[in-house]
Design a binder for this molecule. Structure first.
Ligand code: NAD
Ligand code: UDP
Length: 323
């Protein structure tokens, strides 16, 4: 059935891909964004479509729309950019959730929150299962993002329990792919940009910390499976790829796959940088029938190809906080 679907943060890396999928499926899609960490060029190819609409708006302010589904992705996701104005980051997660949950309540819409593996902080449980309550430093430099997302989860559950709002939430683990902002400052975009320019690859710390990288298409597929599951399973569900790599291994793969002459350089590790991260995805497999299909080598190859095709001068760094 054709639905009216709002995607907040819809011009971003994941949001623009989600909008594309929803428009192609024939839905009536409203993409809402303040373009803090994205730009219109991510969705210009959709602008001519009769079932696509683009709104410049900030989710910290209320807005009245009539919709059937809401995907709430609005929030800067890269550490450098979300730490640039940490108070705004918390407002985005918390006030954004309140405004959109209010909309969902008024319209009777289903609403999905793009939560994050950061709710587990620097985890003491490995791999991370949804029942683990996390280890977040509430006064650290990542707290504006981590605690903002944790409060958003709390608001989702409270609107569900108190007002019967139809919610879903997923915890997204590190995701990469084409259309990442080249000056986003996250590890995959930094390493590929640096490798293609034969510039030094900036490893923070010794590069022994781990992440588990999920390709964009797999992630969006998992998010849509969660939104459209008609069982009583509302989440949280970890969505990510459980194959774990050290950051040094990632750098070596990027150099090999891009044929780069870059060398590795080591810079100080930012505080509270999680040591190990890997999702347990048994719940998503079991309840959603979902699992990732694109492994790192293939995903990186596609992403490197996309980075080769873009003109960096057409991108404005969102803040000075990228390498
Ligand atoms: P992104 O930065 O490309 O997308 C976020 C979008 O939200 C951008 O278009 C940005 O301009 C917009 N935005 C930010 N603040 C806003 C505001 N106040 N009002 C309206 N729009 C606003 O990042 P992404 O990787 O596409 O992430 C999308 C969502 O997924 C985020 O909520 C992020 O926290 C979550 N997530 C992503 C990852 C990942 O690895 N990509 C991991 C965990 C969680
Ligand atoms: N990182 C790095 N060099 C960079 C950017 C990031 O070594 O140029 C490291 C960072 O310290 C972290 C990991 O890569 O350990 C992933 O960082 P990212 O910002 O992509 O996401 P995070 O999972 O930390 O939110």
């Amino acid at each position: 059935m054709i639905q009216r679907i709002l995607v907040t943060g819809g011009a971003g890396f994941l949001g623009s891909h989600l909008c594309e999928r929803l428009v192609d499926a024939g839905h009536d899609v409203i993409c809402l964004d303040n373009f803090f960490t994205s730009q219109k060029s991510n969705v210009t190819h959709l602008l001519g479509k009769p079932n696509f609409e683009l709104l410049r708006h900030d989710v910290t302010l209320p807005i009245f729309l009539e919709v059937d589904q809401i995907y709430n992705l609005a929030c800067p996701a890269a550490p450098g950019h979300y730490q640039y104005n940490p108070i705004k980051t918390i407002k985005t997660s918390v006030m954004g959730a309140i405004n959109l949950l209010g909309m969902a309540k008024r319209c009777g819409a289903r609403i999905l929150q793009a939560s994050t593996s950061e709710v587990y902080g620097d985890p003491e449980v490995h791999p991370q299962v949804e029942s683990y309550r996390g280890s977040v430093n509430p006064i650290g430099i990542r707290a504006c993002y981590d605690e903002g997302k944790r409060v958003a989860e709390t608001l989702f559950m409270d609107y569900h329990r108190s007002n019967s709002v139809d919610i879903r939430f997923v915890r997204i683990f590190n995701t990469y792919g084409p259309r990442m902002h080249p000056f986003d400052g996250r590890v995959v975009s930094n390493f590929i940009r640096q490798a293609l320019g034969n510039e030094p690859i900036t490893i923070f710390g010794q590069g022994e910390q781990t992440r588990s990288f999920c390709y964009r298409d797999d992630l969006v597929q998992g998010m849509m499976a969660m939104m459209n599951n008609e069982t009583d399973f509302i989440g949280p569900a970890n969505i990510g790829n459980p194959n774990e790599f050290t950051i040094r291994e990632l750098a070596e793969q990027v150099i090999n796959l891009s044929g780069s002459r870059s060398e590795l350089i080591f810079q100080p590790l930012p505080s509270d940088d999680p040591t190990r991260r890997r999702p347990d995805i048994e719940l998503a497999k079991d309840r959603l029938g979902w699992q990732p299909e694109i492994m790192l080598q293939e995903g990186l190859t596609r992403t490197i190809e996309w980075f080769r095709s873009i003109d960096l001068s057409e991108y404005r760094p969102p803040t000075p906080n990228y390498q």
